[in-house]
Design a protein around this ligand. Sequence first.
Ligand code: PMP
Length: 405
Amino acid sequence: MSDTAVLSRKADFPGLVTADGEPWHYLDTAASAQKPQVVVDAMSRALGVDYATVHRGVYGRSAQMTLGYESARRRVAEFIGAKSENEVVFVRGATEAINLVAASWGMVNIGEGDRIVLSTLEHHSNIVPWQMVAERTGAQIDVCPLTEDGQIDLGALEAILTPRTKLVSLAHVSNVLGSVLDARAAADLAHSVGAKLMLDGCQAAPRMTLDMAAIDCDFYAFSGHKIYGPTGIGVLWAREEILDGMPPWQGGGAMIDRVTFEKTTYAPPPQRFEAGTPMITEAIALHAAIEYIDDMGVDQAYDHERRLARTLREALSAHNSIRLFGPEESAGIVSFAMEGVHPHDLGTILDEEHVAIRAGHHCAQPLMDHLGVPATARASFGLYSDESDIAALLRGIERTQRIFG
Ligand code: PMP
């Protein structure tokens, strides 16, 4: 993508300026992406002149909103190469998607002595729900190690798998290191022992073209707010035949077929997993976000962000006091530490320079333990990022170095 294309993209995002109208160098897209105006407008229309609830009303406005909500589901299905929109469950976010699979599929299909495989670099939301399943069922968790440069080690994964492994759940892209999993290879390995593969696609969905059939995983989760859409909505994709066999995890309105005090029967998926009034306006705004990034081309965004990550890594490696984490080739996410400077202090000084980075454990404490640091500084790019953001970050780092001597 040319710099001119990025500049026009920057103008699409009202959040990329400070209160004084100065450029705001937002390098925290891995935590949450800024929203283009079209998403803000779609949300505002859905909450305003178009608003009504879905699935129940006999009046025209409600029928229109139902069409909008269900058309968002179809658009998501198309975006990720799902076979059918019935494979798309709207949830609150990736965290809820993983908890849904753990509570529903996990509690039925995982038993005492079974094994669940995770990796060292997982986000807490892909660790804790499985620990809860393990505690309740007596299953065990195996942790797949990383290669030297911070990728999930597929050779080690193969060695860890056993016929008792019921589930492998891995990040498609690491939120700390930017490392990219060979998802198809992981799926083939999991399936070779009869296990299912769940992918945490939070950082992959905004960055690469997804095709559920080509990846051949069984469950895929991501959050709307990381793909330039609103908070409060996310997606769980699962194969239709797997969803069909899963019990509901929450009960209430909209997820039933027939209720009597003697017995309740449930709606088919995806409604079975969407109890209560759903995230109507969020789904409609998510639809707008997908149109926006599809229009730009997700692959182009991926190349663009990888190029920026390469440039930043190169510039940072010229500083002796900076330690870089993760592989040379990163999906637009660069984690680093400065000798003698706590990442929080760096983040605070950068904030004065209108540069926003993330400092902390990034909800990946086991990975921090593995790296031997309490926290890292992380710069992550989005489709609006450009060289001016890198230049501002480097200026801030140099100022920090001067302050800390
Ligand atoms: N997994 C990864 C890799 C993430 O980066 C995040 C968000 N930081 C999550 C899961 C959780 O996403 P959410 O908080 O939107 O549910």
